[in-house]
Design a protein around this ligand. Structure first.
Ligand code: HEM
Length: 249
């Protein structure tokens, strides 16, 4: 594909239609699960009581939580199956797999943040922070689904497993819920809304496009691969201009 086809109006395609729709479904299901789950966990607070009353009482909150949980489970399982089939049959590259470079990138970025080196790690399609978040969501999601199903069907579970599994599932489900909620609020929302690099909103998962500038800065290896352009040359040219004090063309 020509570079001019890839870059339109200073933007480059990052996500396809399916990824965008999947993210909106996941975001909505997760939001509903957090609201209906945490309002049950912290039922003594007036905000929880306001939520429960306005959703039609605790029975209706439990029903909404369980069936949204089912939708969340279908989305997660479908994502895992589609991703595995895509990678196994070479339709997609395994861009989310954690590799040695992620560890060296993390060290390189620390060196950059402490002023030891003059440029950050050169990352590919997903950097180590994005991979960490992704695997947290997948593994955490599977844990929520398994423990949620145990809480949903306790009498069926104790026919095959010891009774201790029920309180253990409850402890894992509610504590992982708090962890997931805090990770999304503190980490994910910071990176997609409040980080100075994207503020006021990283729109890439809504529009499917990212600016060429961000692509060069955050995913230089992918940029080079899809455009065939070398950013190392651009970087050295810029450095030479900076040293000589001449403007970059
Ligand atoms: C991934 C996001 C999820 C979050 C944040 C979440 C959160 C919570 C929380 C905080 C509770 C309250 C526990 C307590 O009383 O201390 C709860 C209960 C429960 N959750 Fe979830 N949950 C999630 C996913 C699921 C899924 C996927 C399912 C089902 C497949 C599920 C089924 C249940 C059930 C059955 C209960 C017991 C309360 C009831 O009887 O309705 N949850 N959840």
């Amino acid at each position: 594909m020509e570079k001019s086809d890839l870059i339109v109006g200073g933007k480059i395609k990052r996500f396809g239609f399916y990824r965008i729709v999947e993210h909106q479904f996941n975001m909505t299901a997760f939001g509903i699960l957090v609201i209906t789950g945490l309002s049950q966990k912290f039922h003594e607070y007036s905000l929880s009581q306001w939520i429960i009353i306005n959703l039609g009482g605790v029975d209706s909150v439990r029903l909404i939580h369980r069936y949204t949980g089912l939708i969340f489970a279908v989305l997660t399982i479908f994502h895992i199956i589609a991703g595995s089939v895509g990678v196994i049959f070479h339709k997609w590259q395994a861009t989310m797999v954690i590799n040695k470079k992620d560890f060296t990138d993390a060290i390189d970025n620390l060196k950059y943040y402490f002023g030891i080196t003059d440029h950050p790690a050169r990352c590919d399609r997903y950097d180590y922070k994005q991979k960490f978040e992704y695997w947290g969501v997948v593994v955490g999601g599977l844990l929520m689904i398994a423990t949620g199903l145990i809480l949903w069907f306790p009498t069926l579970v104790v026919r095959y497993l010891p009774g201790e599994f029920i309180p253990a599932a409850k402890a894992a489900h509610t504590n992982e819920a708090m962890l997931a909620f805090l990770v999304i609020v503190i980490w994910h929302l910071y990176n997609s809304i409040f980080s100075p690099e994207v503020f006021p909103l990283d729109t890439s998962i809504f529009t499917g496009k990212i600016s060429v500038e961000r692509m060069k800065h955050e995913h230089p290896l992918e940029y080079e691969r899809i455009t065939g352009e070398s950013l190392e040359e651009e970087h050295s040219e810029r450095e030479a201009h900076e040293k000589q004090g001449t403007p970059v063309s």
